[in-house]
Write a protein that binds this ligand. Structure first.
Ligand code: PLP
Length: 381
């Protein structure tokens, strides 16, 4: 018999798996499931990016690359970061197969057995798993009483952060709430990080997807440059989930350590995918704008439809998710909603916040209307 490490056995299988297994089972029986559970844009990758990937393959860019990623892409990333007010050199950037791998490498580099990590709840599901795999302990700050905004909860964050805190993870715009944290909130984060000498991950993967607000990068605040690691990726803004491309930028000492993990595990991101990434960063403003416009219209549509049924939600200002208040037993609610209404959502408890279900509105208006209607008909609203 095999003996497994604590590292893996202490991690729970994702709570979203139960929902997708149920969805698949019902679909196999012929049911038409309105899937509002997925965390990916429903648009194809913009054509010019696909062409750039094909061209790169044709041009023979099919071998290993420098572990940190091809220089031209790291230069394009440095330019993108500079446009966000973040100053980095190409030596301070590692290109990864997805932002998830970036986060994994950072957490593995900074968090050891018993180290304390602070999360803002609800938080994206994989942060918890990554911290646990590294042996870290979690302290969670609940933002659900403040419409998922951070500013009103800064006192709670101050209670959670201490000299013992190794790492704080901030994700704005947030998955699963769509909240974009204000500059005042981020200044509050800065004050605590500086006071207690805490390293901060700023996961900015939804930064390009916002509605009428401009999120500020955490690393631009005074005192944050040498303690912030900025994570971003191509999956969401450019609808490139399956290409697997992301990156992180931070102080060189962190990059040197994480670079060892990177080179001994993935070696590098895929060569021709990196070439497509240059095209994404340099030539896709219009395509991104069009997708963001569509997401905004869908957000408004879902909020209106829910309002028609007397349901109030915290209005998301970014990403393509919102949290629907449901029964205390959100797992049961989600299972019921999929069985009875054939609508798939993700239980809030997967994100550390029971009593909610996450709706992804990265679906067509027609499917969104159908989904809300079915939930209402089956008394789930
Ligand atoms: N961070 C957040 C908050 C996410 O929602 C996701 C994807 O769902 C990721 C990181 C990882 O994205 P990827 O690995 O596709 O770049």
């Amino acid at each position: 018999t095999m003996e497994f490490t604590d590292r893996v056995t202490r991690v729970e299988p994702s709570a979203t798996l139960a929902i997708s297994a149920l969805a698949t089972e019902l679909e196999n029986e012929g049911a038409d499931i309105v899937d509002l559970s997925v965390g990916e844009p429903d648009f194809p990758t913009p054509e010019n990016i696909v062409e750039a990937g094909k061209d790169a393959m044709d041009a023979g860019h099919t071998g290993y690359t420098t572990s940190a990623g091809i220089l031209e892409l790291r230069e394009a990333i440095v330019d993108k970061l500079a446009a966000d007010g973040l100053e980095h050199t190409t030596d301070e950037v590692i290109v990864t197969p997805g932002a998830k791998q970036a986060l994994y490498e950072i957490v593995q580099s900074l968090v050891g057995e018993g180290d304390e990590v602070v999360l803002l709840d609800p938080a994206w599901v994989s942060y918890e798993a990554m911290v646990k795999m590294a042996g870290g302990d979690l302290t969670r700050v609940d933002l659900s009483d403040s419409d998922f905004q951070l500013e009103p909860a800064l006192d709670d964050l101050a209670d959670a952060v201490s000299d013992e805190t190794e790492l704080l993870i901030v994700n704005s715009p947030s998955n699963p709430t769509g909240a974009v944290y204000s500059d005042e909130a981020l200044e509050g984060v800065r004050d605590l990080a500086v006071e207690h000498d805490v390293t901060v991950i700023s996961d900015e993967i939804y930064k390009e997807i916002t509605y009428g607000v401009e999120p500020t990068s955490l690393g631009t605040f005074d005192g944050m440059a040498d303690r912030t690691i900025t994570v971003n990726g191509f999956s969401k803004a450019y609808s490139m989930t399956g290409w697997r491309l992301g990156y992180f930028a931070g102080p060189e000492e962190l990059i040197d350590q994480a670079g060892k993990l990177h080179s001994h595990s993935v070696s590098s991101a895929v060569n021709f995918v990196q070439h497509a990434g240059i095209e994404a960063l340099e030539n896709t403003d219009t395509a991104v704008e069009q997708m963001v416009e569509a997401f905004e219209e869908r957000r408004d549509l879902v909020i209106d439809l829910l309002d028609d049924h007397g349901v109030d939600v915290a209005e998301p200002q970014g990403a393509f998710y919102m949290m629907l208040p449901v029964d205390d037993d959100d797992q049961e609610w989600c299972e019921g909603a999929i069985e009875d209404a054939h609508v798939a959502t993700v239980p809030g408890s997967a994100f550390g916040t029971p009593g909610y279900a996450r709706i992804s509105y990265a679906a067509s208006e027609e499917r969104l209307e159908e989904g809300i209607e079915r939930l209402a008909e089956e008394d789930y609203l």
